[in-house]
Design a protein around this ligand. Structure first.
Ligand code: NAP
Length: 301
């Protein structure tokens, strides 16, 4: 029986573990993939207080080591269910069942796909969801980036220094991304903006060879590319908990700044809850709040 089980070893989950351990609670962190969450794919973090520059990998590794040093157990198993047994919760993974007094769900989010028929089979053969992971494979080649948020624009900026040509394809003519990033990208001579358009077909034999891009006016253009970087947002990974806690229509956990879900003893932290600003600093902030409230809850049982 653990005091607190934390689902997810990203910045939110690991920060929650630090706060819970410092409050002398026993902590198990369960993670389906690798520690660090999505920040591990960020090349350079410049907006986290104290560190002027740090890579996502270094940040995540430092956080992981700090959490372990404080005595949290971290086990790599995928959580598939949580059962509410009143004062006890049962956390079910693909391999084991664990019991605890409180759970913090910090599962973050996964890449949204375009939904094209051969998209999955072309991952690693021209399709990528992570420019900083795969960009180096496209040195001197032609690539396209889809999306209009910060990720897409930053990816395009990053790729413009590696690839010979970058197409930025966005379904509208206005961006969600910060204006400064948009302006930076507009100054790049090897970047071509394609507005009001979506990728409607992936043409490939062994690898991706070209993409079909359809404009809102119905016109269709085929563009030869070696790589397509998809950056069309993320989907919260809460599907396994929908029977236990309330989610909004987009699948985010209904929880406010106190990180309390609609189920007593179940808390949430990070990108998978409804919030305005999804940043590293707000994820770690959530971790602290969720753990503090989980500790209070346990102490009052
Ligand atoms: P996002 O802000 O949700 O943007 C997703 C983009 O993809 C939008 O422009 C959206 O178009 C487009 N899109 C969605 N579904 C699509 C589809 N099926 N086909 C084509 N286009 C589609 O996602 P994000 O850029 O990954 O950013 C996520 C969060 O992380 C944001 O809060 C962002 O600010 C933050 N972030 C911050 C930084 C930073 O501070 N340096 C870096 C990266 C991300 P519409 O605009 O038309 O909806």
């Amino acid at each position: 029986m653990y005091d607190i089980i934390i689902v997810g070893a990203g910045p939110a989950g690991l920060t929650a573990a630090i706060y819970a351990r410092r409050a002398q609670k026993s902590v198990l962190v369960l993670e389906a993939k690798s520690y660090g969450g999505q920040i591990i794919n960020t090349l350079d973090i410049e907006n986290y207080p104290v560190e002027e520059h740090i890579s996502g990998f270094d940040f995540a590794t430092k956080l992981y080591k700090q959490t372990k040093a404080l005595g949290a157990e971290i086990v790599f198993e995928k959580v598939v269910d949580i059962n509410d047994l009143g004062n006890t919760k049962e956390v079910v993974t693909t391999k084991n069942k664990y019991s605890c007094k409180a759970v913090i769900i910090a599962t973050g989010s996964e890449d949204r796909k375009l939904g094209l028929s051969n998209e999955d089979e072309l991952v690693g053969k021209g399709i990528s969801y992570c420019a900083t992971c795969d960009g180096a494979f496209y040195k001197g080649k032609t690539v396209a980036v889809v999306g209009g948020g910060n990720t897409a624009l930053e990816d395009a900026l990053y790729l413009s220094d590696i690839a010979s040509k970058v197409y930025l394809i966005h379904r509208r003519d206005e961006f969600r991304a910060e204006e400064t990033t948009v302006e930076q990208l507009k100054k790049k001579e090897n970047v071509e903006f394609i507005y009001n358009s979506t990728v409607t077909k992936l043409n490939a034999s062994e690898r991706l060879e070209s993409i079909e891009v359809t404009n809102k006016d119905g016109s269709v253009r085929t563009i030869e590319v070696n790589g397509l970087f998809v950056a069309v947002g993320r989907i919260p990974e809460n599907q396994n908990f929908a029977k236990l806690i309330e989610l909004d229509n987009a699948g985010y956990v209904k929880a406010g700044e106190d990180c309390k879900t609609t189920c007593k003893g179940i808390f949430t932290a990070g990108d998978n809850r409804i919030k305005e600003v999804r940043q590293l600093v707000t994820a770690t902030g959530d971790g602290a709040v969720a753990a503090t409230n989980a500790v209070k809850y346990i102490n009052n049982l």
